[in-house]
Design a protein around this ligand. Structure first.
Ligand code: Q46
Ligand code: ZN
Ligand code: ZN
Length: 321
């Protein structure tokens, strides 16, 4: 995959990737060094992980979560993985296979949790039962199950594979609505509070093109297919808009997101009304909540009482046969 005639900025060997935001090409070795440096910089700058922390990586079987797990293990962190079976048809079956193979080939510990077995519902059923877009029920379920797995397993920190594209897209959505509450919570580190584990995003300095290239160069086999029920997820449109800007102004995406973290986030700090810090306790599960029964317990009650819904019923219309 060498770029014909292009040379690595660091060593002048044939380049395998061009990074317009760095105005440079890199060979395989120097590209990997750049990825390691970017992850180490994010971890240091935001005090994400201590060297002796027990780390739990939320793994989906996609490129980002497998790349961050690989990068952390390579850097010497004690990192296990957790995979949540969401019941999204073949997509879930395949993604679990990728996560399991990655862990088995590297002799890493992978915890698996199945939403249907543990709580009696899956994402298609939850989306239908609540009448909301699938990502809403899915995100809430994943957050809770990752938190639970971390607390039950005695882990110090939960790592997610959110990359620069993900974070910039969420930031654009929050900014378009000037949602100060969400903006004030959009930080790459959530501290441990009220029994919730610390959560961090070490890939905020890498784009999804870079995490894909990392996987390719490191022989990491990942699920390329996107989630079939992601439609309705506005972030896909925000990502496309940012990619258009980036094509015309390389580095715009990073400047937008990191400028927010450097200059805007400190100004709106402490506005957050996150349920993580709420004083009330859920009557069902005992977790912090601003209402009597937390959003997750309400979701479980609604979804588990509903007839199981096959994934085909929640596919966007253009994907149904
Ligand atoms: S798995 Fe779940 Fe994602 Fe699919 S339903 Fe949405 S949130 S898109 S990362
Ligand atoms: Zn080089
Ligand atoms: Zn609850």
């Amino acid at each position: 995959m060498a770029y014909i005639g292009s040379k690595c900025r660091a060593c002048k060997a044939p380049a395998v990737i061009d990074l317009p935001q760095h105005n440079a090409h890199f060979c395989a070795d120097h590209f990997q060094q750049l990825c390691r440096r970017q992850v180490a910089k994010a971890i240091d700058e935001f005090e994400m992980i201590d060297p002796d922390d027990r780390v739990l990586v939320a793994v989906s079987g996609g490129k980002d979560s497998l790349a961050v797990w690989d990068l952390l293990v390579e850097a010497g962190y004690r990192a296990d993985g957790v995979y949540v079976g969401l019941g999204i048809g073949d997509y879930s079956n395949e993604s679990e296979g990728y996560a399991r193979r990655f862990a088995a080939e590297r002799r890493l510990e992978l915890i698996t949790v199945d939403l249907s077995e543990e709580y009696g519902y899956d994402v298609p059923t939850a989306a239908t039962a609540t009448g909301r877009v699938p990502c809403s029920a899915c995100g809430l379920s994943k957050r809770r199950l990752f938190d639970r797995a971390a607390v039950d397993g005695g882990y110090d920190v939960v790592v997610t594979g959110h990359n620069l594209d993900d974070e910039a897209a969420v930031l654009l959505g929050n900014t378009l609505r000037w949602d100060l509450d969400y903006l004030s919570r959009q930080l790459p580190v959530l501290t441990a509070v009220n029994g919730f584990p610390k959560k961090v995003k070490p890939l905020i300095r890498l784009t999804e093109r870079e995490t894909a290239a990392w996987c390719l160069l490191r022989n990491i086999d990942y699920l390329v297919e996107e989630c079939p029920i992601a439609a309705g997820n506005k972030h896909l449109g925000y990502k496309a808009a940012l990619n258009t800007l980036e094509a015309g102004s390389p580095g715009a995406k990073a400047a937008f997101y990191h400028g927010f973290l450097d200059r805007m986030a400190p100004l709106i700090d402490r506005r957050s009304t996150s349920t993580r810090a709420a004083a009330n306790r859920c009557l069902r599960c005992g977790d912090p909540t601003t209402t009597d029964v937390c959003a997750f317990c309400r979701l479980v009650e609604t979804a588990a009482a509903h007839e199981p819904v096959p994934v085909e019923m929640v596919l966007p219309k253009r994907r149904r046969r």
